[in-house]
Design a protein around this ligand. Structure first.
Ligand code: 5GP
Ligand code: ZN
Length: 114
């Protein structure tokens, strides 16, 4: 069995509150939400970080970003705004080394991020 937490969620070995799934992606609520909406969009294939991306994954990343906008739209955050974040490596706050896109909405966001 994979030791990767998000591979295990993709496989259904660990439960998660899924809000979207298709053949290449799943999206589920973050277990420790930092905003009223905090969804993680996760490719089913294991990719550790943004540093491992190849041109072959360009369409996948496009699908992830467009799914973020669609989920934010579904929750009514298109106009007020929402935030998308890829943390890459520990210095940027990455703790799970399986690529994921955070989608946060429902509160005012500060800039610069912490
Ligand atoms: P990172 O810090 O790697 O950018 O984001 C990892 C995210 O995964 C964190 O926001 C954390 O709360 C979330 N997370 C960690 N473990 C679990 C889990 O078992 N289930 C869910 N749904 N989210 C998790
Ligand atoms: Zn994985």
């Amino acid at each position: 069995m994979s030791q990767c937490l998000f591979c295990r969620i993709v496989a259904g070995d660990i439960p998660a509150a899924r809000v979207y799934e298709d053949e290449e992606l799943i999206a589920f609520n973050d277990i420790n939400p930092q905003a009223p909406m905090h969804v993680l969009i996760v490719p089913k294939a294991h990719i550790a970080t943004l540093n491992e991306l190849a041109q072959a994954q360009d369409a996948l990343i496009g699908s992830m970003v467009r799914r973020a906008a669609a989920l934010a739209h579904d929750r009514g955050f298109s106009e007020d705004g929402f935030r998308t974040v890829f943390n890459c490596n520990a210095g940027a706050g990455q703790t799970v080394f399986h690529l994921h896109l955070h989608v946060l909405g429902g509160r005012t966001m500060a800039w610069p991020p912490g």
